[in-house]
Design a protein around this ligand. Structure first.
Ligand code: ATP
Ligand code: MG
Length: 553
């Protein structure tokens, strides 16, 4: 545990330091409570960094608690992915718990409320319950079942548990106040009948607690001191406190911070599930997805994501964060750590007429100029090369410093070449370029005296390895689809969010790259070797371009 810092604290840190002042010798306990109904996304990363970050900073610990009270949407696959993602992000939980572990405790808590005259079984239909609820400006009305005797409530509640009644025929409600200005306090439902199989408790239960009855009590059982959730739960706080007070259990407290949303993407599991189910993406880990698994597959690093969450900090008002900031953090991290290699995404061929045919030279090139320990490697050079077609122009404007007819350019780590002739196909397109090289212009030992302004990358044709390269762009073509309420968010899927290039020549050093490794393709961006790479068939995902707009935040 480190000493409280003097740098400016966020408002949750202020709350924690205040609590520590009042509770000397005690430690804080937080929890991260995902519902296992989908994969974690960048919004969850923000919550994870906050909850784990607090206990990393102030001591104490963080539990991972699966909020699995909704049997129909939850799956073990999601549980596993969530654990994997949190670990990958670099955090460790103290205990792995499940709200479903507390189904017995919660059932007993419900009986305590019934015995105190604070809960009742309501036979009304859900429509009637909704009707009697009132509106924010109109008080609700009491249910005809509200004054049921305690014994009858206990009996009915037990029979609900025993499975005597069909789904939806009865609920258990708290008896609070049907005219409370906070609609959530108008006799909220605590339990519902749902004869559904649960991913952990199987068919043991046919009644399930509602979020509001499960969450606070689970916090209290775990003695969570700071239960941090997002702003939409502010109206629920009153009920959270009411349950804990009336059950006379450990006084966990709820604090809220603003949801973090990112532009040009979606941060809702429900909507991300639609993209997966309807085949708009290849799965939860499609590199376009803002899921932690998608970002990992794309090549984003855990450090970049943590740094991003740190930079945006926490707020009290919902807002949309600029995706450019996340991309900035990704570039910043990858720039330090990645080796620079050469790949030609859109090749044209160059033949160096004065370089001996069949000769191969191994040229040494630094792996990563940002890291002096990264070493160097050899790249083969021959008389036939690929260069990027955009690096050649027959007639070029003044400030074009790449190859032109009759002009010079340096080949990265190799020689200066001059284009002597364009050999065209019958349709007028370029077949290849006839060039000549200056033998005394080798990088590092250049005595040629030729002044060149541009350096371009290249790959030797006979040594090239072929790769599939997937160019990913932002998932949505508009920053915020909610600005178009008439339209479905899926109408805004960027049609160019994936462009696949086949048979891209890359330098042979890439042949043995491991899936998950990110490299820089010189001048082209950061690329991550994809999981689909097998049997020597290389696949790369574009993680990020090299440059982007300066982010605002
Ligand atoms: P979704 O709508 O995507 O399902 P959720 O809030 O229902 O999100 P949970 O699994 O219930 O997802 O969330 C686990 C934790 O992550 C909660 O504490 C929740 O408040 C937090 N969280 C979820 N989305 C965001 C977000 N966009 N920004 C910050 N925190 C978030
Ligand atoms: Mg949820």
């Amino acid at each position: 545990m480190s000493e409280p810092t003097t740098e400016s604290l966020n408002f949750i840190e202020e709350i924690v330091e205040d609590w520590m002042g009042k509770n000397p010798g005690e430690h804080i306990i937080t929890r991260f409570p995902p519902e296992p109904n989908g994969y974690l996304h960048i919004g969850h990363a923000s919550s994870i960094c906050l909850n784990f970050g607090l206990t990393n900073k102030y001591g104490g610990y963080t539990n991972l608690r699966f909020d699995d009270t909704n049997p129909t949407t939850e799956e073990t696959e999601y549980v596993e992915s969530i654990k994997n993602d949190i670990k990958w992000l670099g955090f460790d939980w103290k205990n792995e718990y499940y709200a479903s572990d507390y189904f017995n405790n919660l059932y007993e808590f419900a009986k305590i409320l019934i015995q105190k005259g604070l809960a009742y079984v309501d036979d009304s239909s859900s429509e009637t319950i909704a009707q009697l609820k009132g509106t924010p400006t109109k008080p609700g009305e009491n249910s005809p079942f509200r004054e049921r005797a305690i014994a009858e409530n206990l009996d009915l509640f037990e029979r609900m548990k025993l499975g005597e009644f069909p789904d939806g025929t009865r609920v258990l409600r708290a008896k609070i106040d049907m005219s409370n200005p906070n609609m959530i306090m108008r006799d909220p439902i605590l339990y519902r009948i749902k004869k559904a199989h649960h991913h952990r408790t199987g068919d043991d239960w046919c009644i399930y607690p509602m979020y509001d009855f499960a969450h606070g009590q689970s916090d209290s059982i775990e003695k969570i001191t700071h239960s941090i959730c997002t702003m939409e739960f502010i109206p629920h706080r009153e009920l959270y406190d009411w349950c804990i007070e009336n059950l006379e259990i450990f006084p966990s407290k709820q604090y809220e911070f603003a949801r973090r949303n990112l532009n040009y993407t979606i941060t809702s599991k429900r909507k991300l599930l639609q993209l997966v189910n309807e085949g708009h993406v290849s799965g939860w880990d499609d590199p376009r997805m803002p899921t932690i698994s998608g970002m990992r597959r794309r090549g984003y690093t855990a450090a970049a994501i943590r740094n991003f969450c740190d930079k945006i900090g926490i707020a009290k008002r919902d807002n949309i964060v600029d995706m450019a900031l996340l991309e900035f953090c990704v570039r910043e991290d990858l720039n330090k750590s990645t080796d620079r290699l050469m790949a030609v995404l859109d090749p044209i061929k160059v033949v160096i007429t004065n370089y001996p045919e069949g000769k191969t030279e191994q040229l040494a090139i630094e792996n990563n100029p940002e890291d002096e320990n990264s070493g160097s490697r050899a790249i083969p050079f021959s008389n036939t090369l690929y260069i990027e077609s955009e690096d050649f122009m027959e007639e070029a404007p003044k400030k074009y410093f790449r190859l032109t007819l009759g002009g010079y350019v340096r080949l990265k780590g190799a020689y200066i070449i001059k284009c002597d002739e364009i050999v065209k196909k019958s349709d007028g397109s370029i077949d290849y370029l006839k060039c000549s090289y200056a033998e005394n212009s080798k990088s590092g030992q250049d005595t040629s005296g030729i002044a060149v302004k541009g350096t371009i990358h290249w790959v030797s044709v006979p040594h090239a390895v072929q790769a599939e390269v997937r160019l990913y762009d932002r998932l949505l073509s508009v920053p915020d689809p909610s600005e178009f309420p008439e339209q479905d968010f899926k109408d805004f899927i960027n049609p160019n969010s994936l462009v696949t290039l086949k048979n891209v020549p890359v330098e042979p050093a890439m042949a043995n790259i491991q899936p998950g490794t990110v490299v820089q393709f010189m001048r082209k961006g950061y690329f991550c070797c994809d999981l689909d790479t097998k049997d020597g068939q290389l696949v790369f995902n574009r993680t990020a371009t090299l440059k982007g707009d300066m982010p605002k935040f």
